[in-house]
Design a protein around this ligand. Structure first.
Ligand code: AHR
Length: 504
């Protein structure tokens, strides 16, 4: 008989920090079919009066996404925002060089603002610090946030938008360390520009928060020097540094794939340490937080996309980055969310990249409906039930060996205590292939709590996917558990996502 097992102590006094709801943020870029034929498709049977697909809106609303980053991504680094506002028939068509696409600008800032209102989300706006700079960022800010009798503020009003959009969170460019970026910069050049841009924008609106661009991924040759050098310049003016990372099961090795949150842990630690080093060096009183504003699994579509990109004629809304996610991708997404919760003290914003069609939890058919991908569900559960205080997960679990990541625990887990609702939720993944694991959680500090619901995602087929014609990867209410004298016990199926909700 296997001696494998995991034990967890969930104690209401072991607190990490309140979970910032913005860790359940997402991202819409003018890329592929994210906007056109994604959230916006006039003429589609489900389109509302503004051309927004209602079927997509319903799925987005279900996810309760508090903040959405826009309009890119690589796209923003050559974006001329003025072209995307005002009367639609006068908007300029542009070449989007990042994704070799024709941008009609039929959908722009005003449409996005209106769509986010319907979706119940705030906007996290990125400015172009690639091919443009301080003056354009200031003009955009005046257009968005000011109610003065001045040119850009009046321009917005002349476009029928009386009230300012009041966008609070601003990204100072995107992935400026990447040689692929339009207007790529050195860390020093970027740090100076970011500092001066934030400084000037704060003169216009002192309530703004800024995200400085960190590395595009942990494998960049300039990581973490980029962070240290750029922050040395802009630390005093910014509030967050960005982290981006995408994962893939390139070796078709499930256990190793599910161990990749070890890399994520190290990434978060290194960036946090770099921020604190600059804080110490500057004798600053301010602590910088993290904005993990691009994260997901992204690899299924990579090979075919790069081939297609090189030869593709200019067109609008091409099929790009349309990863179809399987069951094991959903498990990694769950593990990433668990990792984020463990870092609730410093990680305040995170954006699942992206939201619709492009490496997304929601997929649409141009002629048909929309469906939930496998990764939709762990995100949904975390967004719904992972609000409150992140508790320190005291876990002892047996381990298994992986090909590249060494020994990792069989079970990884996090817990969130929602004081207002008097509920606590445990999120756990059994990432051990071929072994069901007995799991025990000591909840003695939560007197009188009972199990409200136990949702599980289990599947014998790691490659099972959802589609328009049917969902093979969905959660179900699991009944096989006991709760006695404050101790919750169950057996977590091999390779499973588990959400245990307890309350009074
Ligand atoms: O999300 C897709 C792309 O990935 C974004 O445009 C870019 O920022 C990142 O490299």
């Amino acid at each position: 008989m296997s001696s494998k097992k995991a034990k967890m102590i969930v104690d209401k006094s072991f607190r990490i920090a309140p979970v910032d709801k913005r860790v359940y943020g997402s991202f819409i870029e003018h890329l592929g079919r994210a906007v056109y034929n994604g959230i916006y498709q006039p003429g589609h049977p489900s389109a509302d009066g503004e051309g927004f697909r209602k079927d997509v809106l319903e799925l987005v609303k279900e996810l309760q996404v508090p903040i959405i980053r826009y309009p890119g991504g690589n796209f923003v680094s050559n974006f001329f925002w003025e072209d995307s506002v005002g009367p639609k028939d006068q908007r300029k068509k542009r070449l989007d060089l990042a994704w070799r696409t024709l941008e009609t600008n039929e959908f722009g800032l005003g449409e996005f603002s209106s769509w986010t209102k319907k979706a119940g989300s705030d906007i996290m706006m990125a400015v172009n610090l690639g091919t443009r700079g301080i003056a354009d960022a200031l003009n955009l800010l005046e257009y968005c946030n000011l109610d003065t009798d001045t040119y850009y503020s009046n321009l917005r009003k002349s476009h029928g938008v009386k009230e300012p959009y009041n966008i609070k969170t601003w990204c100072l460019g995107n992935e400026m360390d990447g040689p692929w970026q339009m207007g790529h910069k050195t860390a020093y050049e970027y740090g100076r520009l970011a500092a001066e841009t934030a400084k000037a924008m704060k003169e216009m609106d002192s309530s703004l928060e800024f995200v400085s661009c960190g590395s595009s991924n942990v494998d960049m040759a300039t990581f973490p020097e980029w962070e240290a050098v750029s922050l040395e310049q802009d630390y005093d003016y910014v509030d967050y540094i960005s982290l981006h990372q995408y994962y893939g099961n390139y070796d078709n090795d499930t256990e190793d794939f599910l161990a990749k949150t070890q890399d994520l842990e190290r990434f978060i630690h290194t960036v946090t340490a770099t921020c604190d080093y600059i804080k110490a060096k500057k004798r600053s009183k301010k602590t910088l937080n993290l904005s993990f504003d691009e994260w997901n699994v992204w690899f299924h579509s990579k090979a075919s996309d790069s081939e297609e990109m090189a030869n593709r004629p200019w067109q609008t809304a091409p099929h790009l980055l349309e990863d179809i996610y399987d069951f094991e991708d959903a498990l990694l997404v769950g593990l990433i969310l668990i990792t984020f919760l463990k870092h609730a003290d410093r990680l305040k914003i995170a954006c699942l990249a992206q939201l619709v069609n492009v490496i997304a939890p929601i997929m649409t058919d141009n002629e048909g409906g929309a469906f939930r991908q496998s990764i939709y569900y762990p995100f949904l559960h975390a967004s719904r039930y992972g609000r409150g205080i992140a508790l320190t997960p005291v876990i002892s679990s047996t381990c298994h060996d992986t090909s590249r990541h060494g020994e990792v625990t069989d079970i990884d887990a996090a817990a969130v205590y929602n004081e207002e609702k008097d509920e606590v939720t445990i999120f756990a993944v059994n990432r051990c292939a071929g072994q069901d694991i007995p799991f025990e959680a000591d909840l003695n500090s939560f007197e009188g709590y009972r199990v409200i619901e136990y949702l599980a995602m289990e599947n014998d087929d790691m490659k099972a996917v959802n589609s328009l014609t049917g969902e093979k990867v969905t959660p179900y209410p699991k009944k096989e558990y006991q709760m006695e004298d404050g101790i919750f016990t169950t057996v977590m199926k091999s390779c499973s996502w588990n959400v245990i909700r307890l309350g009074k």
